[in-house]
Design a protein around this ligand. Structure first.
Ligand code: SF4
Ligand code: SF4
Length: 422
């Protein structure tokens, strides 16, 4: 089946979809393909983006034809291991495109985080084949904006909401474990597949392997000169939510083998004196490449992301266990180690930022906040205080998915880079 036939069968708005995709090849070529000395291992990820609404959607469609389901998630807390264990697919659908924000604003307040508006717009416009191929959205009670947006989204696609606690005490862990168990029962009902110790341990292993591969890639970035551009790693992190987990892990490991060689040869994508930047803050979902592109355009290199399109997604593993019940308990423990600003207090995130800055030998931190995101915006106060205490230079930036403020952002980033260069 050709892509267009598939998109028609998925009830997409093809006119709008063409309009949305038209500028992507040129942007992608400029930002990624024209960069010099990119690792050959990026070829796979470039090909995925080159047919981003094709190959993988065909695969998901074929899975559905064979009886599986597709579950769309929007947060790293949702336990994808459980879905994968049943032979169904879990895909992360947070969206980072300005194109769909106006449609999102038709049903959501304008003064709301662009990530939520963009996501909503993709569904209302029917231009995301991943949304169209999905059977269910799995939401969570993280920030208020998302929590309420699920109610509207539920009018357009069945939406299941997991109740995430706001603290990390014993009773909160208990609540979350119950939520995970209820979710597991829901997935069993929907997929008509019973979870067993065998299939769940396979699910855990597949997702752990994906996380390990991403950890390996992240660890290679501590070398100087940096063996890979931050923008390339951001792209890989973004694709980690869409791709088949086993194939994806193999491709990330192949890329890491190549980067190991580069490190041995002392070969980098930026000079050894290029300022090294750690990014923290709100996620940057596909295709939000603006911040990384500007930082690297300014002559610096992004060496890490303390975000959900970075470290928070893969820093912790689910511990293996012998029985189904213990596995579910362990699955519930992993996400509560993730330090999202939706939690209070959230001291662990400050520790993560400082640890990453030191480990990656970052010269400065950029605390990036999506406009109108209250949890990360407010927490910026503590991030700044901690970085001052640690004598780590930092810059706070706020933006959205539009291109309008690129010049302004670049000026501020260049000032930071100059300051580091002294
Ligand atoms: S920032 Fe928080 S709410 Fe958003 S994806 Fe990450 S963990 Fe989930
Ligand atoms: S960026 Fe902030 S406001 Fe937007 S969905 Fe994430 S936590 Fe909520």
């Amino acid at each position: 089946m050709e892509n267009r036939e598939l998109w028609e069968r998925l009830n997409m708005d093809l006119v709008k979809h063409d309009e949305f995709l038209a500028p992507v090849p040129q942007i992608f070529t400029q930002l990624f393909l024209e960069r010099k000395d990119r690792p050959a291992g990026m070829g796979y990820f470039d090909a995925v983006v080159g047919d981003v609404h094709g190959i993988r959607v065909h695969e998901l469609f074929a899975m559905k034809e064979a009886g599986a389901k597709v579950f769309s998630t929007f947060c790293v807390y949702v336990p994808e291991e459980i879905v994968v264990a049943t032979g169904s697919a879990s895909i992360g659908l947070c969206a980072g495109a300005q194109f769909t924000v106006p449609s999102g604003e038709k049903v959501l307040p304008r003064n709301m985080c662009p990530l939520i508006k963009s996501t909503m717009g993709f569904k209302l416009d029917r231009i995301c084949p991943y949304f169209q191929v999905s059977d269910w959205v799995i939401g969570e009670t993280t920030c208020d904006g998302k929590k309420k947006a699920w109610e509207i989204l539920n009018e357009h696609i069945p939406t299941y909401v997991m109740e995430l606690p706001q603290k990390k005490n014993a009773k909160d862990s208990k609540l979350w474990e119950e939520e995970v168990r209820e979710f597991a029962a829901f997935i069993e009902r929907e997929t008509k597949v019973t979870l067993t110790a065998e299939n769940l341990s396979e699910g855990i292993e597949k997702i752990n392997n994906k996380r390990k591969a991403l950890q390996r890639l992240a660890d290679l970035r501590k070398h100087n000169p940096a063996p890979i551009h931050g923008l390339d790693v951001l792209l890989i992190n973004q694709l980690s939510f869409f791709d088949d987990p086993v194939r994806f892990a193999a491709q990330v490991n192949a890329l890491c083998d190549e980067l190991d060689e580069r490190v041995k040869e002392g070969r980098g994508v930026a000079p050894a004196d290029a300022p090294r930047i750690l990014v923290t803050g709100t996620p940057q979902p596909l295709p939000a490449w603006k911040l990384h592109a500007l930082v690297e355009q300014a002559g610096a290199v992004v060496v890490g992301e303390e975000t959900c399109t970075g470290e928070r997604y893969y820093k912790d593993m689910t511990e293996p266990a012998g029985s189904l019940q213990e596995m579910l308990a362990n699955i519930s423990k992993r996400p509560l180690k993730v330090n999202c600003a939706c939690f209070t207090p959230n001291q662990g995130r400050l520790e993560d930022i400082v640890h990453m800055a030191k480990n990656l030998k970052a010269d400065a931190v950029i605390d990036f906040n999506l406009q109108f995101c209250q949890p990360y915006g407010v927490e910026g106060y503590f991030v700044a205080k901690e970085l001052e205490k640690q004598n780590i230079p930092f810059l706070r930036l706020e933006s959205d998915f539009s291109e309008e403020d690129q010049g302004q952002l670049l000026t501020r980033i260049e000032a930071l880079v100059e300051m580091i260069r002294g």
